[in-house]
Write a protein that binds this ligand. Structure first.
Ligand SMILES: O=C(O)C(=O)C[C@]1(C(=O)O)C=C[C@@H](O)C=C1
Length: 359
């Protein structure tokens, strides 16, 4: 026995005994969740309650006096609740696949790992899967900190009846990956167009001779790179592990703080969590001052606007749809008042839903 093992032995015995207690407590928690699941089943209520999960995690972080970081508490309870939820009913989540994409990572960040995965080949397919009932929730990228809005997601939010029931913000770190970890024999670099754009400067200064090829996802590119030695892929940690690739260079994104925000879409709605956001789409009649006037109800009722994005209405005219995220839940009287005035004044109005804000 190594000398330090003697010192470790009593501490390990203590950890074993604590784990035993944790296991018993987790079993009791799982049984309570199963009982909740039964009641929900009888009244046909949704199993996944994001506002409740948010309150559980925020409450524990507020009370946490241990050396565990807030992120650690979040990860641990995300998975505990994911496993408990799976005992109530499997939650089916659609996202841009295959395995190893950032969309999959966003799905795990929202729902934990105990989900029934529905990987899709495009953002359109994600919306279709949820719309048609093949999945309960969909995860779609909506905005990147260096490349701006993901216009396809904005268009689908306009064109389908799905609501936003959550958001997840991820730090996106892209790596240049190959089978061998070198560029020997490599002729092209493959990735989703967003990833190619986010690494454009690095690629043109460091590997200007490689052809660029757009793929439906970085996961797909990584999969190909694992099969073809002439291909380098741009993808993240998860895809690197998934497909057993080596990094030629880590973190090649041009913006070191590169972040992507994902929305969670479904047919359902969310109760207030205490830290929520409401999203709407509006259009205004094309007259001077119309946009200014349109935003006035939020200022009047003291509701802050977190984001404003515009998209052409695609009618061949200079008309726009405005995507607005505001603080608060539609059940808050101030938000409700602002929403009803916005609706009254807008030429087009669509409430995309209220949901817990991402951390
Ligand atoms: O409180 C509930 O509604 C539960 O179903 C329990 C629980 C949990 O494990 O704490 C599980 C799933 C829900 O999304 C929220 C919380």
């Amino acid at each position: 026995m190594a000398a330090d093992d003697k010192d470790l032995a009593p501490l390990r015995a203590r950890i074993d005994s604590i784990d035993q207690q944790l296991l018993e407590l987790l079993a009791a928690r799982a049984e309570a969740a199963q009982a909740v699941g039964k009641i929900k089943h009888d009244v046909n209520a949704p199993v996944f309650r994001p506002e409740r999960e948010r309150q559980v995690i925020d409450g524990l972080i507020a009370k946490n006096k241990s050396p565990l970081a807030a992120d650690g508490i979040t990860y641990i309870w995300r998975e505990i609740m994911s496993a408990c939820r799976a005992l109530e009913a499997p939650v089916r989540v659609a996202y841009l696949g295959p395995a190893g994409t950032f969309s999959e990572q966003a799905a795990f960040a929202q729902f934990g790992q105990s989900i029934s995965k529905v990987p899709c080949s495009s953002i359109d397919e994600v919306f279709r899967a949820v719309d048609a009932g093949a999945a309960d929730f969909g995860v779609a990228p909506v905005e990147n900190s260096s490349e701006g809005a993901i216009s396809r997601t904005l268009d689908l939010l306009l064109d389908t009846d799905l609501k936003i029931t959550g958001e997840v913000a991820l730090v996106i770190k892209h790596h240049l990956l190959t089978k061998s970890g070198t560029l020997d024999g490599v002729t092209r670099v493959m990735a989703h167009p967003q990833a190619l754009a986010q690494c454009q400067r690095w690629l043109s200064s460091n590997v200007p001779k490689l052809d660029h090829q757009a793929m439906s996802s970085n996961g797909e590119a990584a999969k190909l790179a694992s099969q073809d030695a002439t291909v380098a892929a741009i993808a993240g940690d998860s895809a690197q592990q998934q497909y057993g690739l080596q990094a030629v260079q880590s973190q090649i994104q041009d913006d070191p703080h590169n972040r992507t925000r994902f929305v969670i879409v479904s047919h359902g709605s969310c109760q207030p969590s205490g830290n929520d956001q409401t999203s709407v789409i509006l259009s205004v009649n094309n007259k001077p001052g119309a946009v200014h006037q349109l935003l006035a109800p939020m200022a009047k009722h003291g509701v802050s606007m977190n984001r404003l994005e515009s998209r052409p209405a695609r009618r061949g005219t200079w008309e726009y749809f405005f995507y607005i995220d505001m603080d608060g839940h539609a059940n808050d009287p101030k938000v409700a008042a602002a929403l009803s005035e916005l609706q009254a004044e807008a030429a087009f109005f669509k409430n995309l839903g209220s949901y817990p804000r991402s951390h």
